[in-house]
Every structure is written in C-alpha cells, then in structure tokens.
Design a protein around this ligand. Structure first.
Ligand code: RIB
Ligand code: CA
Length: 315
C-alpha cells in the first residue's frame, strides 16, 4: 500500500498545466492535493487563477482550494506566452467561466502555513510555472525549506537548449532570481527539463486515444491540446507538441518512467544573452555540489499510457 503523498501544485495554466492538474485529480489513491497556488506565467495572474478554477471544476473538484500568488516576477519585467497558449491561456475549447471562488488567503501565506502545520518532510511542492511564489515563501519563512519533502519542477533545459531564448526555458526565464533562490534552498529538487519533455509529443495517435475516452474532460483536453500543440508543431516540424507539465505528476505516480543524474544546477541571472539558463554540471567538471536530480530520459509510451488511463477516470 503506497502512502498517499501530500502535494501543493503551483501553476500558471496553460493547457499543459491543465493536463498535469487533471492527472493529479485523477489519482486520489496516491496524491492528496492540499491546494493549488497560481502564479503569473503563461498568462497574467487573473487568467491563471481563472484557468486553475476551470480545470478544478472540469475535473469535478470545485472543492479544491485555489490561492492567488505573485502577479509578477521578483525583479525582471513580466513575460507571458499568449503566442503559445492563446489570450486566455486555455484557448482551444469553449468552457464556462468558473463558479468557484479563490481563497481569501494569499498563495505565499498558504504555502508557508501549510509547510509549518504539516509534519516535516511530508509535503511535496509541484511547480509547473515560474518559481516566484516558492521563492517568496522561502524569503518570508526560511524555516520552511527543511520541512519540504521534495520539490518536483517542470523547468530548465541543457542539452536541448531553451524554448523562449536559445539558452533558457520559459519557467526559469520568467523569474531567474526566484529560480536561483529555489536552487540554493537545500530542498531536494527533481527537475523535469525540456530534455525530457521534448520526448513527450502529443502525436495524433495519442490525442486520438484521449478522444476515444468519450468523456467531457477528455473532449476538452483534446481541444486544448490541439490548440496548444500547433505552435510547437510549426516550430519543430513535429507530429504534436511537447507535453511539459504532467511530467511532474507522472514522476510522483511512476518515478520509474524517468531517469537522470544528481547534478549541480546553477541559474544565470545577469547576462542578457543567457539569462534564465540552467547551467547543468552533468559531467561533474566542477566541485560544485549536486543540488538537483536532472532528468534526461523518459519512457514516452509508458508516460502516455499512464496519462490516458488516468484521464479515463475523470468525468
Ligand atoms: O517551458 C514550458 C513551461 O512553460 C510549461 O510549464 C508551460 O506551461 C510554460 O509554463
Ligand atoms: Ca506551466
């Protein structure tokens, strides 16, 4: 009997964030989602807040507490990704505006309060967007760092390069100062970088398998994916686009799908040419201590089998 893992999902929905949230909501026997915290990222906070609540309601989780966090990065000007996700961040499907309301408590205070309340080492942070909320919580309450069981993030890239600049992946690029604080926090970190997510393409065959589930959540997800993938299909000339954020949740459900190496990962925070770059000492050419498990390989078919099987449990 596996222990039910308590998690907080910090997110900037985004169609791929929506897939990660639905995967988590479809897995209550393994994951207890204590709350969803939203951050500005793919689209401004007002939309990421709206979108998180849309996904909660679509997944039958209108009871899920959603907390609003940072409206902008710690230092850098805000950068968003409407060119990928559309104006709302969930373009592609006609869905009703959410009825459920956000919590009154700020996301950063919720993260701090939860980590102080729950027994040390029992809460996992799952980050799907820029790390602003997490960095703000660590600055506000440094005592929470040793209480975090693990932080599993979608972010970074090394052998695969960047996706928002030649050097940087979007989540890190948007708030490199926040990423730097998190990477130096001492929290056990697992990184799901572009090196992994670019192996996970939403091919037509895979999207068709989701469509064949015949449920409303699956129908909406198919529409979201078909919108989301068009940008990357054109950019990479691929069949489908990389499905980034569900890797974080899939790791918690089936870690054996992934393999990587404990490495030192540093964040470029100053150079305008490479700001946001995750500098990964994969070959251990420095004596800088390992601070993250940098994932590089994934069983793509096993990932989509898990994703589609769990999607089938919703609705
Ligand atoms: O670079 C991909 C990441 O940026 C994903 O989390 C996507 O949702 C965007 O936030
Ligand atoms: Ca995201």
């Amino acid at each position: 009997m596996t222990d039910i893992r308590k998690i907080i999902i910090d997110t900037d929905p985004g169609q791929d964030d929506a897939a990660a949230l639905m995967l988590a909501f479809a897995s209550p026997a393994e994951l207890e989602v204590l709350g969803v915290t939203v951050v500005a990222g793919n689209v401004p906070l007002s939309y990421t807040s709206r979108n998180a609540r849309i996904v909660c309601e679509l997944s039958g989780r209108s009871d899920m507490p959603v907390y609003e966090g940072a409206v902008k990065p710690l230092e850098r000007p805000q950068v968003t990704a409407e060119h990928v996700h559309g104006k709302t961040g969930l373009d592609g499907a006609e869905v009703p505006e959410p009825v459920m309301r956000v919590q009154a408590q700020n996301a950063v205070d919720f993260i701090v309060e939860t980590l102080r309340r729950e027994p040390a080492g029992t809460v996992t942070l799952c980050t799907l967007g820029p790390l602003t909320n997490i960095a703000m919580a660590l600055m506000q309450a440094p005592d929470i760092a040793p209480r975090v069981r693990e932080l599993v993030m979608m972010g970074g890239g090394f052998f695969e390069g960047g996706n928002i600049t030649p050097a940087a992946e979007f989540n890190i690029y948007v708030d490199p100062q926040a990423a730097d604080i998190v990477m130096k926090s001492g929290i056990p970190i697992v990184m799901m970088p572009l090196d992994v997510t670019h192996q996970l393409l939403t091919t037509k065959a895979r999207v068709q398998r989701i469509a064949a589930l015949g449920t409303r959540p699956a129908e909406v997800m198919v529409q979201w994916l078909q919108f989301f993938e068009r940008f990357d299909e054109e950019k990479y000339g691929s069949d489908g686009g990389p499905l980034h954020d569900p890797t974080v949740i899939a790791y918690l459900l089936k870690p054996e799908l992934f393999s990587g190496r404990d490495c030192n990962v540093e964040i470029e925070t100053r150079s305008e040419l490479t700001v946001g770059m995750t500098v990964v000492d994969w070959w251990r050419v420095t004596d800088r201590p390992a601070n993250a498990r940098f994932m590089r390989h994934v069983d793509a078919d096993g990932f989509f089998d898990l994703l589609i099987e769990r999607f089938g449990r919703l609705g």
